[in-house]
Write a protein that binds this ligand. Structure first.
Ligand SMILES: Cc1cc2nc3c(=O)[nH]c(=O)nc-3n(C[C@H](O)[C@H](O)[C@H](O)COP(=O)(O)OP(=O)(O)OC[C@H]3O[C@@H](n4cnc5c(N)ncnc54)[C@H](O)[C@@H]3O)c2cc1C
Length: 609
């Protein structure tokens, strides 16, 4: 029978839950207040009043705590403030397990008996897991309220998961000992009665989750990690609720969040139509680099896309039946490298009868069957289609406000870094047809537009998030959009061989053109470092202040000092520089920590969750 035990364990658990939700709510209120303030600043700018953003006292010190460090065998990137945060959380957990709900009696503060402590810890563990599970979902109201996105919450998902597991293990070990001591029969320590048996099965479920979450499994057998995580969670939680019915109270909120997330993801992936338009191998694989593939697709679910965001993609060659089968289960994250907005087109239509019907209904078509004013009124599916993307870029800028009447085309650039991506690359080189599904967009809506200077530091394919940022700023300044204050953009890009940047040259040429004809002033300086070639062409001649360097790595502190000096020459003492970085952990750590020394705002995009 369903029964909730209102025990001291429960009061310990729920008081801890109230503390956590209370603190989190305060954080959300603070975040929403800062959003309102940014909105007000932009409104002022539209009226022609350029106010300097208010900087809270202590901001500089707080920013210094963002310093990134590496903890060997644990994580490559963690901010100093998060280490402090995790430490405080552990201390709070210990205090709660000892004294919650903090009732002062005539006998003073009463410590519970040791035999009860393990169950108090198990209840606290459930609250930690509640948060861990919610932080591991992609779509939830919490990300909207707090501004913390899926990828920024994933590290907390892991920390809370580990902390909860440590507490849960203490409960399990203590109960195994207690079970054994009763009868001195080994089996009784695990399967003495229904309570023990369900507890044991639940533990096995959670252990499966934990053991398959190690970095090695995640990086080398992602699907094993992913599906064990879901299976382990369902088994662990179902049997935990059977083991102790009060667990329902704790798990129900996160189960609701999880189910809603699954529903939104399924809807986006299977019901919002994605149409692949072209899949091209833009850089063929060679002995020195892995090759790059570009997917151009139409996805109207990207209406609210913000530069720097990414999506989860399932891409399969139609030629391979096994791939078709695996299609539904192989999702990979890729950043949108470019977006084109335009009038709703008939891009997706390949059905000649349908085209004919629309022509008869009076809609004017060109010879390829597209509306004259649609995004693709030329046939992109020709061998010249690759260069025609340049035409698309020039006729479909991404500056219009999101609107449901427009068509959204987007590209992702994919490097052949692993088995799956290399397989798609090979299929694209062979000219296969593809099926594409997209779940997204995800990721932070970045605040770069409020900064006078943006500096993007990218490594290899890590340039894709920077590309949408730069394109957005350049196009908006070119169109005279006053809410974008950026006047100078620096793009420092490190690649191994020149093919990795030459395939993006048309994009760079387009930015350069836009800067020259911009209504509001904007300058772009590009420095490309080709590390594994001693010499080569300089395709950036004619780009003011820009250069290509062969055989050298970028001097990150040197570039930052250069930007600071140039800012001083422009008469701005405290420069408002926004630094964006994407690359390996070591690269991002150097960029990030150096930027903090300059007291600049920073954002990093990780390509490894
Ligand atoms: C936010 C984000 C944006 C990215 N953007 C790009 C991009 O624009 N271009 C590009 O070339 N690469 C990008 N990557 C990297 C890209 O996702 C990986 O290179 C790709 O998944 C490798 O797949 P593979 O199976 O070929 O390689 P494998 O080596 O077999 O793949 C395993 C690796 O992929 C990761 N991975 C696989 N599936 C998922 C998933 N569903 N969620 C999270 N991680 C997963 C694993 O953790 C592991 O590191 C991005 C990664 C992230 C996290």
């Amino acid at each position: 029978m369903f029964r909730i035990r209102l025990s001291s364990f429960h009061s310990c658990g729920y008081s801890y839950a109230i503390l956590c939700w209370g603190l989190f709510t305060l954080y959300c209120i603070w975040f929403q207040a800062t959003r309102l303030y940014s909105y007000w600043l932009r409104q002022q700018r539209i009226k022609g009043i350029d106010r300097q953003p208010f900087v809270m006292p202590g901001t500089s010190l707080y920013k210094k705590c963002d310093f990134l460090v590496r903890i060997p065998f644990v994580t490559n990137l963690i901010a100093a403030k998060h280490i402090v945060g995790v430490f405080i959380l552990c201390v709070v957990n210990v205090l709660w397990s000892l004294w919650a709900p903090f009732v002062y009696t005539d006998a003073g503060w009463v410590l519970p008996a040791v035999g009860l402590m393990d169950r108090r810890l198990a209840f606290i563990a459930m609250v930690n897991w509640d948060f861990a599970i919610i932080f591991g979902t992609r779509n939830n109201i919490i990300t909207h309220m707090s501004g913390l996105t899926y990828e920024s919450l994933i590290p907390f998902h892991r920390w809370l998961g580990r902390l909860g597991l440590a507490e849960y293990v203490l409960h399990v070990v203590w109960r195994i000992i207690a079970g054994y001591q009763r009868t001195h029969v080994v089996a009784d320590s695990l399967f003495r009665n229904t309570e023990y048996t369900t507890g044991t099965i639940s533990t096995l479920g959670y252990l499966l989750m934990y053991l398959t979450s190690f970095e090695y499994v995640r990086r080398n057998h992602f699907e094993v990690f992913y599906y064990s995580h879901i299976f382990g969670f369902i088994i662990g939680t179902a049997f935990a609720c059977w083991h102790e019915t009060t667990c329902f109270l704790y798990f129900i909120p996160c189960i609701i969040f999880w189910l809603l997330d699954r529903a939104v993801r399924s809807y986006r992936s299977w019901f919002v139509k994605s149409t692949p338009i072209r899949v091209d191998e833009t850089v063929a694989q060679t002995a020195t680099q892995e090759g790059i593939l570009r997917v151009l697709f139409e996805q109207n679910g990207f209406n609210n896309f913000a530069p720097g965001q990414y999506g989860f993609f399932a891409i399969a060659s139609k030629a391979n039946k096994w791939w078709q089968f695996a299609f539904a289960s192989n999702w990979r994250p890729f950043t949108i490298s470019e977006i084109f907005r335009g009038k709703k087109s008939d891009v997706a239509s390949t059905n000649s009868k349908e085209i004919e019907e629309r022509v008869m209904s009076g809609e004017k078509k060109n010879e390829k069957g597209h509306s004259e004013d649609s995004l693709l009124n030329f046939d992109i599916n020709t061998p010249e289609g690759v260069s025609q993307l340049a035409q698309l870029r020039r006729r479909a800028p991404g500056v219009s406000a999101p609107n449901s009447e427009e068509s959204i085309l987007a590209t992702v650039h994919i490097k052949g870094l692993g088995n799956y991506t290399r397989r798609i690359l090979r299929a694209a080189a062979a000219g296969d047809d593809f099926a594409v599904k997209v779940d997204g967009p995800y990721g932070t809506k970045l605040d770069y537009r409020d900064h006078k200077v943006i500096a993007c530091y990218a490594l290899g394919i890590g340039a894709t998030p920077a590309m949408t940022l730069i394109k957005d700023c350049v196009e908006r300044r070119a169109a005279g959009v006053k809410t974008v204050t950026t006047e100078h953009i620096y793009f420092i890009w490190c690649v191994r061989v020149s093919e990795e940047y030459t395939s993006f040259m048309d994009m760079l040429a387009y930015w350069n053109e836009k800067c020259k004809s911009a209504i509001l002033p904007i300058s772009l300086t590009v420095f490309i470092h080709v590390t594994r070639q001693k010499s080569g062409e300089n395709l950036l001649e004619g780009y003011p202040g820009s250069d290509v360097f062969y055989g050298t790595r970028p001097d990150i502190p040197g570039y930052m000092q250069m930007i600071e000096d140039e800012e001083k020459q422009r008469g701005r003492d405290h420069s408002h520089v926004y630094v964006h970085t994407c690359g390996t952990d070591d690269f991002m750590r150097t960029v990030w920590n150096t930027a903090l020394k300059h007291d600049w705002d920073t954002h990093r995009e990780t390509f490894d969750f």
